[in-house]
Design a protein around this ligand. Structure first.
Ligand code: OSB
Ligand code: MG
Length: 376
């Protein structure tokens, strides 16, 4: 029997904030982002480094966390709970964080950095370590609210020409029916969905039923960010499948949402659910109920993007994800090679150990505005 590798002694954890301007602003129902403040986490163990990205945004608008709260929780609670410890695998990390409530994006960053280190230590691809099976993944794009419908149509045309398999547009009251009408008039048959990021209320149920005319693949998170019950009420009255994003923070939420009929599709974001271990658990709950999942995005740099790619290889990731090419976001990404999408709208999965992408530490150093290394 193969001897399992020695546990990893966690010697230090480095937190870094880098600033990266987006190639194009990204606007949702809760606001516009033009430049990212990104928190990167590095774990140092036995001469190896594991990297991960904390997907908490600049403001607590998508969920309760943002970069500054994540930094503090990592610094004061999460890093101390692994520093100096012998850890066998990424799987063993959530138990060490159990006392800390919520703060899932902060937890995910440190857990995923340890999975990243584990894959390197064992010299296996991260996607295999996670239980992945796919050799290529299907890609869609999420397109933000634009200054005009014409500008949006131009963007969609460019993404379709690039090969992307599914177009998702952000919607909110006042930027919805007219937008979807124009898209469907020009492209009657594309795979199309929309994401409201919680912009509607139960009083909008009649309005939301008008979306059924556009034969959408799904409508993502129409109601409150923390709700399951009200989504179950409106899903009954909609032809269009609801996909939950914000509401699904853990496998129990997925189970509740599926069993109450609150959604027919689930978006998995590894940061939102607290790390790879819980992301796999959500995936498995959905798979056992025959509910398809897809991988969501949070405007990640290459470090987080590479992790999303690895996660997307699990078998129940049956719909195109919001995992797209580096160049849609960044003039220059912090990994090598950059993430590229084929003309068929897929990303090919590497057989190399780890993520298959190299972190560009030189570039990261130049982009760093804040750095702190925590030791036992
Ligand atoms: O709801 O999926 C979302 C970006 C920031 C916050 C929330 C969301 C998004 C996206 C972008 O839709 C997906 C991406 O391209 O990274
Ligand atoms: Mg969403």
């Amino acid at each position: 029997m193969a001897r399992s590798p020695d546990p990893m002694k966690i010697e230090a954890v480095t937190l870094r904030e880098i600033r990266m301007p987006l190639v194009h602003f990204f606007e949702t129902s809760f606001g516009r982002t033009t430049s990212r403040r990104i928190l990167l986490v590095t774990v140092h163990t036995d001469g190896l480094a594991g990297w991960a990205e904390c997907v908490a945004a600049e403001n607590p608008f998508y969920n309760e966390e943002y970069i500054d709260t994540a930094w503090m929780v990592l610094n004061q609670y999460l890093a101390p709970s692994v520093l100096g410890c012998e850890i066998g695998s990424g799987r063993d990390v959530p138990a060490r964080f159990a006392k800390v409530r919520g703060n899932r994006m902060a937890k995910a960053a440190l857990e995923n950095a340890i999975w990243d280190a584990e894959a390197r230590q064992k010299n296996v691809p991260l996607w295999k370590l996670l239980g992945g099976t796919r050799r290529e993944i299907a890609c869609g794009v999420s397109i933000g609210i634009q200054d005009s419908i014409e500008q949006l149509l131009e963007k969609i045309a460019a993404e379709l020409a690039a090969g992307y398999q599914r177009i998702k547009v952000k919607v909110k009251p006042g930027w919805d029916i007219a937008v979807l009408e124009r898209i469907r008039r020009r492209w009657p048959d594309i795979l199309l969905s929309c994401d409201a990021n919680s912009a509607y209320r139960l009083e909008d149920a009649d309005h939301l039923r008008r979306f059924d005319a556009f034969r959408l693949l799904m409508i993502e998170q129409p109601l409150w960010n923390d709700d399951i019950f009200a989504h179950a009420c409106i899903q009954k009255t909609l032809k269009t499948a609801i996909c939950l994003d914000e509401s699904i923070r853990q496998a129990r939420d997925a189970q509740a949402a599926i069993e109450t009929g609150a959604c027919r599709i689930i978006n998995i974001k590894v940061g939102r659910v607290g790390g790879f271990s819980e992301a796999i658990a959500v995936h498995d709950v959905c798979q056992s109920h025959d509910v398809p999942v897809w991988c969501g995005g949070m405007l990640e740099s290459g470090v987080g993007r590479a992790h999303n790619i690895a996660l997307s290889t699990l078998p129940n990731f049956r719909l195109p994800g919001d995992v797209s090419a580096s160049k849609r976001y960044w003039r220059e990404d912090i990994i090598e090679p950059e993430v590229e999408v084929t003309p068929q709208g897929t990303i090919a999965i590497s057989d190399k150990p780890g993520t298959g992408y190299t972190v560009r530490e030189d570039l990261i150093r130049r982009l760093t505005v804040r750095e702190e290394t925590i030791r036992p």
